[in-house]
Ligand binder design. Structure first.
Ligand code: SF4
Ligand code: SF4
Length: 448
């Protein structure tokens, strides 16, 4: 409200308000600019309707508290207030995208894999391992960004544990740079053993992501070793050993699900939670839409409607709250739309998206060169993918709480290649989602 002209003659009903009628909870008033939600009793609802119709001439002296709340939550907005708030969010995102004090690298020390997953599109690609020369080039590459206040390294693959020695030696060289850093790893989890688990702390690994395909009978059909042997039990044994070690990070267990295995996810979730009650373990569904058509579903890009419906059904049918039912309003960027962020393949090729590794035309350069070569692609990822300049987003009710989704999907759409859905997962089932959020809130209040 600061410095805003909030005299009555200037106020208007915000375009970021939505009133929803819930059978169970009556009227809910949501504002996406402030991400606020209020439950309206019938009396307040009828006053709100009058205000909505004619905000300038309503007699607020009878309802001073209501007036204050409407201003605080930007339900009534002053001229430019909505634009200013969006611009502040835009600014925050730009500052994050162009922060020169931080560097994020996803490093694939190998593209080889010990699994032979039935749906994998990597199987026919030639696999390679990082060499000492490339390790040293990565260190030189990092130095080009100095001075740095912090770094994040994400080990990726192929299966990165196949190159554990390389991870260790490169980690040592990174440590010698004397820049604070944290790291994470995306792995199939099969090759962990007691020695590797002991090293997790030294590698500054704060996040492990392991993927399974659900319960043993499903997983063992789909995620096998090259010789066809199932991998489930070994992965679970390793998870058990990790959780009982002195490592204190977060272990995210991503469970691949598709339209057909909702029930098996729920059973797996309940059984695994019971077996490993540790707070360190977070189990979440990774929704697969169609892996054969595209390679977007490796960890970050989900299908919106399927994802939301899946979460709702999971909660309704099994009481499992696998994700939030309320917009998070976080300003976030991924490697693709962040300037100081790259994916590095084992031969030193640079990419802007995890899913581009090994795809020649998606390479933006190589660490041995001083300059990024494919500046067209780089600028597409950094600039053209900006959702704040896409017409559909500019006029969208969800813009204040939406991060813009996956940049790779957005540039595909801009190039006319595809019609990818990159929208906020809540869009489309917003009412149901808010009702569920409100229900959980009420139940929590009652139990407190
Ligand atoms: S561009 Fe999309 S698929 Fe690529 S890293 Fe970012 S969110 Fe993931
Ligand atoms: S990505 Fe979709 S939900 Fe988000 S602002 Fe754009 S149109 Fe709206």
């Amino acid at each position: 409200m600061n410095n805003k002209n909030t005299s009555l003659q200037n106020l208007h009903w915000s375009k970021y308000n939505k009133i929803l009628k819930s059978k169970k909870y009556g009227y809910l008033l949501y504002n996406s600019l402030t991400n606020s939600l209020a439950n309206l009793d019938n009396g307040t609802y009828s006053e709100i309707q009058k205000i909505k119709k004619d905000p300038k001439n309503y007699d607020y002296s009878k309802k001073p508290m209501l007036y204050l709340q409407l201003l605080q939550n930007k339900i009534l907005a002053a001229p430019n207030e909505e634009e200013d708030t969006i611009n502040q969010r835009k600014l925050k995102k730009r500052q994050q995208q162009y922060d020169s004090h931080k560097l994020t690298l996803a490093i694939a020390p190998t593209t080889a894999c010990n699994f032979n997953c039935s749906y994998c599109f990597e199987a026919n690609k030639k696999s390679s391992f990082i060499t000492e020369e490339i390790e040293n080039e990565i260190i030189n590459f990092i130095k080009r960004f100095f001075p740095l206040k912090g770094m994040h390294i994400n080990w990726y693959g192929g299966e990165p544990l196949l190159a554990f020695d390389k991870i260790k030696s490169l980690n040592k060289k990174i440590e010698d740079l004397d820049v604070p850093y944290q790291s994470s790893i995306i792995t199939n989890g099969y090759l962990f053993d007691t020695n590797k688990i002991k090293e997790l702390k030294d590698l500054k690994l704060q996040l492990l992501q392991i993927t399974v395909d659900g319960p043993a009978e499903i997983h063992n059909q789909r995620r096998t070793l090259k010789n066809g042997k199932g991998t489930y039990q070994q992965i679970m044994n390793n998870i058990s050993e990790i959780l009982s070690s002195d490592w204190t990070g977060i272990l995210k267990l991503r469970v691949n699900v598709d339209r057909n295995n909702l029930q098996s996810f729920a059973e797996f979730y309940q059984k695994t939670k019971k077996e490993f009650p540790s707070e360190q373990l977070k189990i979440y569904p990774g929704i697969i839409s169609d892996l054969s058509q595209d390679n977007l579903d490796l960890g970050c890009a989900f299908d919106r409607a399927e994802e939301m419906n899946f979460y709702l059904k999971l909660f309704e049918d099994y009481g499992i709250k696998a994700d939030s039912f309320y917009p998070a309003r976080k300003v976030q960027s991924c490697i693709a739309d962040t300037k100081n962020a790259y994916v590095i393949g084992p031969t030193g090729n640079l990419y802007k998206c995890l899913n581009d590794i090994g795809v020649e035309k998606m390479k933006v350069g190589n660490i041995t060169n001083q300059q990024v070569e494919n500046r067209d692609l780089l600028s597409r990822y950094l600039i053209a993918s900006d959702h704040y300049q896409i017409e559909e987003c500019k006029n969208c009710f969800y813009l204040p709480v939406c991060n813009g989704g996956c940049p790779k999907k957005r540039i595909k759409n801009l190039a006319g290649d595809k019609n990818e859905d990159f929208c906020l997962k809540f869009k489309g089932n917003f009412k149901k989602m808010l009702e569920t959020y409100y229900q959980i809130k009420m139940e929590n209040n009652e139990s407190n």
